[in-house]
Design a binder for this molecule. Structure first.
Ligand SMILES: NC(=O)c1ccc[n+]([C@@H]2O[C@H](COP(=O)([O-])OP(=O)(O)OC[C@H]3O[C@@H](n4cnc5c(N)ncnc54)[C@H](O)[C@@H]3O)[C@@H](O)[C@H]2O)c1
Length: 282
């Protein structure tokens, strides 16, 4: 049964999570650090809902009804009555620790404290709370309104009840869950994708193949809907540099070491679609 959700962060992922939850009838509080970020998040949700309505996938009246269930705020205390929190701020452990320390004080007993982190261990995030059994990875994929998968990630101390509540929530908002049984860096999705991406970038960087041809191999040879380089342009090169870097630090496994080309592109500001240029131009 739909309940109360607090989403922390109103960026690409946070706004998508707020949208699908509100569409499923949840009352959503969406928190960001300033009004400009919240306005961008709310506009992204409105645009996405309008596109669904234009295609006839939802009724016109659902657009305003869904938006009315989302309360944008800069006040973290608004998470106090949430049944479930999903944190979706920058992929920086210090920033996430600050948020979880505060949530531990603010949230009601028994609230599920979820994180949408791509690659930071859930156990490490949970250490700053007094209730690590309630902390769980609820890992959505981008764009959230379109992608069906959620990885549910067990931290070292996550309880069965927490995992079950997170599953109920994710299924209620229309997602299919897979359970990641141990808290390995990168979980299953980013372990697989980082390994493929690092090898793909090395092949391009060493002149073996062009970016477009590499993607064509994965599409036409292996039936992928998108190649890895078009995918990283969508996800953000900075996000994947962080993710692969985190996995490398945790495992010391060379196959995750971010290639020079990826590091330079991020330093130069070519982050993919969001900056107009990555492996392709937009
Ligand atoms: N981009 C992806 O495809 C993707 C996919 C899965 C998971 N993730 C993960 O989701 C998280 C968010 O990624 P994103 O792409 O949405 O980032 P983003 O940069 O689009 O959004 C982050 C938002 O968090 C806000 N923020 C920063 N500190 C905050 C705080 N203390 N309280 C509230 N808001 C705060 C920022 O103002 C910004 O609006 C990251 O952990 C990322 O690794 C990203």
């Amino acid at each position: 049964m739909a309940g109360r959700l607090a989403v922390i962060g109103s960026g690409l992922m946070g706004s998508g999570i707020a949208q699908v939850s509100a569409q499923a009838g949840w009352q959503v509080t969406m928190r960001d650090v300033d009004d400009a970020s919240l306005d961008r998040g709310m506009s992204a949700i409105r645009d996405s809902l309008n596109r669904f309505a234009a295609k006839g996938k939802i009724a016109e009246t659902d657009v305003e009804a869904t938006l009315a269930r989302i309360n944008p705020t800069t006040d973290l205390d608004a998470a106090a009555d949430a049944d479930i929190v999903v944190e979706a701020i920058y992929e920086k452990v210090e920033a996430k620790h600050e948020v979880f320390k505060a949530l531990d004080k603010i949230c009601k007993p028994g609230a599920i404290l979820g994180t949408n982190t791509s690659a930071i261990p859930i156990t490490q995030i949970a250490t700053v709370t007094s209730r690590p059994e309630s902390v769980v990875g609820i890992h959505f994929f981008s764009p959230v309104p379109m992608m069906k998968l959620v990885e549910l990630v067990r931290g070292y101390q996550t309880s069965d009840e927490t995992l079950a509540a997170a599953r109920n929530y994710a299924e209620e908002v229309g997602k299919t869950c897979v359970e990641v049984k141990r808290d390995v860096a990168g979980f299953v999705s980013n372990r697989l994708f980082s390994a493929i991406l690092v090898e793909a970038i090395k092949l391009v960087e060493s002149g073996v193949v062009s970016a477009a041809d590499l993607d064509t191999v994965m599409k036409l040879g292996f039936g992928h809907a998108m190649g890895p380089l078009a995918t990283v342009d969508l996800t953000g090169l900075d996000v994947m540099l962080n993710a692969a870097g985190n996995i490398y630090r945790d495992t010391a496994d060379e196959k995750f070491f971010p290639p020079e080309l990826l590091q330079r592109m991020v330093q130069a500001g070519d982050l993919g679609r969001k900056t107009g240029k990555g492996f392709y131009s937009y």
